[in-house]
Design a protein around this ligand. Sequence first.
Ligand code: HEC
Length: 129
Amino acid sequence: MKKLVISAILAGATLLCADETMQASMSKMENGLTLIQKGFLYNNIESINLGIKDINDGNELFGKKEMEVYLPKDKKHMTNTAQIASDKIVKSLKELKEHLDSKEYLKSHESYANVITACAACHNLVRSW
Ligand code: HEC
């Protein structure tokens, strides 16, 4: 019984901890997306660069341990698929930045769209859309 109570408390703490990490990570990434979008709309390169940093930082916070907490019961084995979405964000941001630096703005914007698609790929998984 004692063991059960302790493991229930531990499980609760893990969830709480994961919740905080999830919210910090996702709000940072949401903010980054907005900065990038505004940067493209208002032709403000600095805002795009700030957004790239925010998304990279937010994405780093959310690791495999958290992914497993949020995957639905029947998808717990799919952390790799979630990780692929997270890796896709890193890759697309890198391309976004490269195109931005070489002033290929349309291509850069395409990479931005790929970032959003990667967000949706993981949300699709965790929310069983
Ligand atoms: C590896 C998985 C994963 C990736 C990639 C991911 N998310 Fe999330 N996101 C989650 C999980 C898990 C939740 C919480 C569960 C839910 O909302 O269904 C979440 C929730 C959110 C929320 C709502 C947060 C809240 O407090 O309810 C926002 C906003 C969000 N994500 C933004 C983003 C943005 C922007 C990106 C891409 C730049 C992104 N996410 C990429 C897994 C991911």
